[in-house]
Design a protein around this ligand. Structure first.
Ligand SMILES: Cc1ncc(COP(=O)(O)O)c(C=O)c1O
Length: 424
């Protein structure tokens, strides 16, 4: 009888996992608990979380300050609707974010995850364009390789290859442009006042395989948007809160976007919460005495009190522990070990703060490449104590800030074994 089988075997009967081909992956790691950089499986096996549980776990699992904030908030106010009501954790979080973010991003709109933060940015920019800038501004610009989430608007601005091709005829018009200064300038010049907004992942594109978006490209995007009156949206869902060595990746380009999307590390990876920060110009396009000009967008859990309380505690930890600097040191240690072992020389190495990535030449590059499948198999077979998940032909590590020097060395050693197994 199924009830007598352990829960991790019953998973196959009832669960549908994200980004998973159930015909190829028959079973899943049964994770029973987590602490610091480590996951513990049902049989007691420990695995180092070298991918920060989909890039979310910022400080380490179960950080005591976050746990304390969560339980204190749960005992005070769990959840209240955020239309017509407000609460202290949301107000304090909005104040803290406005103070920490690039200048001008003074308004916080809350949502639940990275995709919804992007939807909010796209819908608000589109409406603000129609209201304030007149003309038919209905074309969004995004970068080749972009990934902004899986809801329809986010899919439209994402690179269709390979995730969203099957939805192509349902998605609105977006110009995808190479992450190069001239290409961005030329596209915005060509679109002129048809351009509504340009969205990009500053400094590094995550799902594309930790691909570089250099500061000069981000600056060129800012300049081109200014020239043509388009908005610039920075998707810092992955890069926010120190992942690239600075609190926000935009700082490395010295620019301020008009809207900025944050999630993942916002709560240190403990709870689903997202925000889209806006400048006054966008907010003011909605403020009016006419009810029909409000922003028609909201989610049941908008401004969730538990998430906000944990996010405040996470910001305290970022400041107290110097999270961006710690992540920088983690990345440098892993990079150093990969260089020392000769593994780095087998591919093209790049590092952005706490993210260290190795790309390998393959005949069929990309997420579904054959080499990617071999790397994935090698991660399972050669790395029983470090959780690694390649992005196609790119193998990367992005562990939480609490990862020790010895743990970084372990990650690099397992990456070396995986590379040797998949390539030789
Ligand atoms: C840059 C970026 N934007 C948006 C998203 C979507 O976030 P979520 O999976 O929380 O919807 C992701 C997820 O990986 C991301 O990396």
């Amino acid at each position: 009888m199924s009830e007598q089988r352990p829960w991790w075997e019953r998973d196959a009967d009832v669960c549908w996992h994200p980004y998973t081909q159930h015909g190829l992956e028959p079973s899943f790691l049964p994770v029973a608990r987590a602490e610091g950089a480590w996951l513990e499986l049902a049989d007691g096996t420990r695995m180092l979380d070298a991918v920060s549980s989909w890039w979310a776990c910022l400080h380490g699992h179960g950080h005591p300050r976050l746990v304390a904030a969560l339980s204190a908030q749960a005992a005070t106010l769990d959840h209240v609707l955020f239309a017509g009501c407000t609460h202290e954790p949301a107000v304090r979080l909005a104040e803290r974010l406005a103070a920490a973010a690039p200048p001008g991003l003074t308004r916080t709109f809350f949502s639940d995850d990275g995709s919804t933060a992007v939807e909010v940015a796209l819908k608000a920019c589109y409406t603000a364009c129609r209201r304030r800038r007149h003309g038919a501004r209905n074309v969004f610009v995004a970068l080749e390789g972009a990934y902004h989430g899986d809801t329809f608007g986010a899919m439209a601005v994402g690179d269709p290859d390979p995730f969203f091709e099957s939805f192509g005829d349902l998605l609105f018009e977006v110009r995808h442009v190479a992450a190069e200064v001239e290409a961005i300038r030329a596209t915005l010049d060509e679109l002129g006042d048809r351009a509504c907004a340009l969205i990009l992942e500053p400094i590094v594109q995550g799902a594309a395989g930790m691909r570089s978006v250099p500061p000069e490209v981000v600056q060129a995007a800012r300049q081109a948007c200014d020239k043509h009156g388009a908005f610039l949206i920075a998707d810092e869902v992955m890069t926010g809160f120190g992942r690239t060595g600075t609190l926000f990746a935009c700082e490395q380009a010295g620019i301020a976007p008009d809207a900025m999307c944050l999630s993942k590390g916002l709560t240190g990876g403990m709870l689903p919460l997202a925000v889209t920060l806006f400048n006054d110009a966008i907010f003011e396009a909605f403020r009016s005495e006419r009810a029909d000009r409000m922003f028609f967008h909201g989610h049941t859990y908008t401004g969730h009190a538990l998430g906000c309380a944990v996010a405040l505690a996470s910001l305290d930890v970022v400041e107290a522990e110097g999270t961006p600097q710690r992540l920088e040191a983690v990345g440098a240690r892993i990079e150093g070990a990969l260089v020392a072992s000769g593994t780095a020389a087998r591919g093209s190495l790049r590092r952005f703060g706490g993210i260290t990535a190795l790309e390998f030449a393959a005949e069929d590059e990309g997420y579904l490449s054959n080499l990617g499948a071999r790397l994935k198999a090698a991660c399972r077979n050669e790395s029983p104590d470090v959780l690694l998940r390649p992005l196609g032909n790119v193998l990367y590590a992005m562990p939480p800030a609490c990862t020790s020097g010895a743990e970084c060395d372990l990650i690099a050693a397992r990456m070396a074994q995986v590379v040797a197994s998949a390539l030789d």
